[in-house]
Design a protein around this ligand. Structure first.
Ligand code: ADP
Ligand code: ZN
Length: 731
């Protein structure tokens, strides 16, 4: 290396550039972490490139303090992908890297640190065979697991036996199990035994599978458009089996692992290879272990939520995005607002492997890509096995008596299904007891002090809470203004549960919402109550729409479908249709046919009618025509500059100046600035400026020249602002 060789280092700072350093005593490769002086601090960064010179005089450059990784931590292809993401979302590459790396690696922890592997000792095998652990079922379970499948890493154990730690202590003391520290190095995984499936693929599954197999080894985008229960997951499993057999690995993205433990367990049941699950409930150590296990090639399958799109798999052979329409793939907070689904396609393209997007309710973007010929649609129009599709019906709320949120026809249907021994699922997209607390004397409504929003009543805890900022206070008995009695208005899950408990005394009810289900173990317990048949009624929010398989649910009741029919957001209709179809898909997944009743105040609404008459595909066709006419995505391209400040006018003023800087760009229109739909949230005032274009390159070119100027604005310093490229919502 010549003395003038300069290291281009990405650092997690708000500045959208790389920083130049002189090499230290040890050479650093591209993709390695280095510790560098930055002002008076020492920061950990990643070497993005080497250059012959620098714009800064060499005399002013400082050398790196330490080279952390002797070998590159990130392979060139992954670095390139991250760099692309940074430029597309106009976010500093150092900050993008920070979002992609586990916290401990960002802090400079050795990437090759030893990982504990657990196994059963010969004494343990004997004890197991002799059945000498009869009165310690947890210990026996752990020992049996290790004997059959060990060695397992801590991460794996925690996933499979939630309370394995307690059981491990006595076993360790007695020498029945042992722990060995292994430094993860590149693993050459042996080809796994082929997974066994009990199902013969249906004709359509077979056709989809064949197209996918033919597409292996090169980039291709596929949309697996299959109704709920049509066997999409089965197709993923087969495809991944094929990929593993070729000695490659698979990345599976799903909306929320905590909420879909069934998906991960299906993978674990099917495959004997190590699987790393990457999700928000991992501790920092667990996340690091999972990351490493992917990086060294030990994990052959990585299943994860949004940020797993950056997982460093070796020999990647396919990317699957399950429930690709789900909004949670889009990071909508903070500065790096990426879409994991869109990035999955980009990553697949740069790696030269196929990407499979699966959904029963494909996003309009994905449908549009099919229409453009950029993506191949594979359809599974019918349910797998014997399951019949559910029948959908609207209940006109204006034509029937409604008692505490339940219309008469709906209540009668619930009576009937319960009497027939079916399970009933009641969906209401609102948690809490009631969305409003009102004084029946003076009309006072409990407001949030920090937001333009009402406080939600949580009756059981005796609290009022704001679902936008988290503000929380005791539930008053009387109106603070006039002293008269206050009463809850409207319905949330908690109240619906109460109503149903009164109407069906003795019928076990299980509630699914963020208040009742706080962690994975709560969810598993709730799901177990449903699948065992113990619970007869399920009440819940969106949480119930996510991929669960409840074979004995025969009736699905949707209580408040209307809420978003008149929303001004261009995506509201798409979301509503997806929610209805997804929740309806929980009904009648096994041998019994399902019935779906949707309560509505507007049963003549064209959206609801097209959805009922023609299903999601017909609805989407209609709605896409409207999008095209209005120039909304997927026909137009958007970016939204959002700003917020403590002072009421500050955000708007900043955005006005930003707009002025834009001038009159070619092929790009700016709209606004306007106050956000909810102006005041958590004590801050929000406003936004919308940037539109018909062409992605035009939009990108404009943003490239405009943003550096916006960054210079003095008025932006005291504010929070962020650019959202391809925003999901614009109001
Ligand atoms: P999806 O992912 O589309 O909701 P799944 O793959 O979960 O569908 O399949 C739904 C149910 O049908 C599961 O219980 C699955 O085991 C079963 N199944 C899938 N494919 C077949 C098949 N070819 N024959 C019989 N049953 C199947
Ligand atoms: Zn609030």
């Amino acid at each position: 290396m010549s003395a003038e060789q300069i290291l281009k280092v990405a650092l997690d700072t708000p500045l959208r550039r790389l920083f130049d350093y002189l090499p230290g005593d040890v050479p650093a490769a591209v993709g390695s972490r280095v510790r560098v002086p930055f002002g008076r601090q020492q920061l950990v960064g990643v070497v993005m490139g080497l250059a012959e010179g620098s714009d800064v005089p060499v005399a002013k450059l400082r050398p790196v303090t330490e080279v952390i990784d002797a070998e590159p931590l990130l392979p060139a292809a992954l670095l390139g992908f991250l760099g692309w993401a940074a430029s597309y979302y106009h976010y500093p590459v150092g900050a993008v890297l920070a979002a992609a790396l586990p916290k401990l690696l960002r802090e400079g922890v050795d990437a090759r640190e030893a990982v504990a592997h657990w196994h059963a000792t010969p004494a343990g095998q004997e004890a197991l065979a002799a059945g000498s652990l009869g009165r310690a079922p947890k210990q026996r379970e752990l020992l049996a697991l290790l004997a059959a499948q060990g060695p397992l890493v801590t991460l794996d154990l925690a996933e499979r036996l939630p309370r394995w730690r307690e059981a491990s202590r006595p076993l360790l003391e007695r020498g029945l199990i042992a722990q060995e520290d292994v430094v993860a190095t590149a693993v050459d995984a042996a080809l796994p035994a082929r997974a066994e499936s009990s199902h013969t693929l249906s004709e359509t599954q077979q056709a989809a599978f064949a197209s996918l197999c033919a597409g292996l080894g090169q980039f291709g985008s596929f949309l697996l458009d299959g109704v709920t229960g049509s066997g999409k997951t089965e197709v993923y499993l087969r495809l991944i089996d094929e990929v593993l057999a070729r000695g490659q690995t698979a990345l599976v993205l799903c909306p929320e692992i905590g909420l879909t433990p069934q998906l991960v367990s299906r993978f674990r049941e099917r495959f004997s290879v190590p699987i790393a699950a990457l999700h928000s409930q991992l501790t920092d150590r667990e996340r690091l272990a999972a990351w490493r296990s992917a990086a060294c090639g030990e994990a052959r399958i990585v299943i994860g939520t949004r940020s797993a799109v950056f997982a460093p798999l070796r020999d990647l052979g396919v990317i699957v995005v399950d429930e690709e329409h789900d909004a949670s793939f889009k990071q909508h907070e903070g500065g790096f607002r990426y879409s994991a689904r869109d990035l999955a396609v980009v990553r697949a393209q740069s790696t030269g492997v196929p990407v499979l997007l699966g959904s029963a309710t494909p996003s309009f973007e994905s449908l549009h890509n099919v229409a453009l010929g950029k993506s191949v649609r594979l359809s599974l129009p019918r349910r797998a096995g014997a399951a019949e599709p559910p029948s959908l019906q609207l209940v006109d709320m204006r034509a029937h008596a409604v008692h505490r949120g339940l219309s008469t026809p709906l209540a009668m249907a619930i009576d009937r299904h319960l009497a027939d021994g079916g399970q009933v699922l009641v969906f209401i997209n609102r948690r809490g007891y009631a969305p409003t607390l009102m004084c029946s004397g003076c009309g006072w409504i409990a407001p949030c002090q920090h937001c333009d929003a009402r406080m939600t009543v949580h009756q059981r805890e005796g609290r009022l809470s704001c679902h936008h900022c988290g503000a929380d206070e005791p539930l008053p008995d009387d109106c603070p203004r006039c002293g008269y009695k206050v009463k809850p208005l409207g319905h949330g899950t908690e109240r619906v549960e109460e109503t149903l408990a009164e109407r069906y005394p003795g019928m076990p009810i299980v509630r699914f919402d963020r208040d009742a289900v706080r962690q994975a173990s709560d969810l598993e317990a709730a799901i177990e109550r449903v699948t065992s048949g113990e619970a007869r009624i399920l009440v819940g929010t969106q949480m119930l729409t996510k991929g669960h398989h409840f074979p004995d649910v025969t009736l699905v009741a949707v209580l408040n479908a209307d809420q978003s029919l008149f929303s001004t957001d261009f995506r509201a209709a798409e979301r509503l249709a997806q929610t209805i179809v997804q929740v309806a898909g929980r009904a009648g997944r096994a041998a019994r046919a399902g019935e779906v009743l949707i309560q509505s105040e507007f049963p003549q609404h064209p959206l609801l009618l097209s959805l009922l008459a023609e299903g999601y595909a017909g609805f989407a066709k209609q709605a896409l025509i409207e999008r095209a006419a209005a120039g909304w995505p997927p026909y137009g391209r958007l970016a939204l500059l959002r700003a917020s400040g403590v002072k009421p006018e500050a955000a708007i003023d900043f955005l006005r100046q930003a707009r002025k800087l834009a001038g009159t760009p070619v092929g790009v229109t700016l709209q606004g600035p306007v106050p956000a739909a909810m102006v005041r949230r958590a004590g801050r005032h929000y406003a936004q400026l919308l940037v539109e274009s018909t062409e992605r390159p035009l939009l990108q070119r404009f943003l490239n020249s405009w943003l550096p100027q916006v960054e210079q604005l003095e008025s932006g310093r005291a504010l929070r602002w962020a650019l959202d490229v391809d925003p999901l919502e614009v109001f």
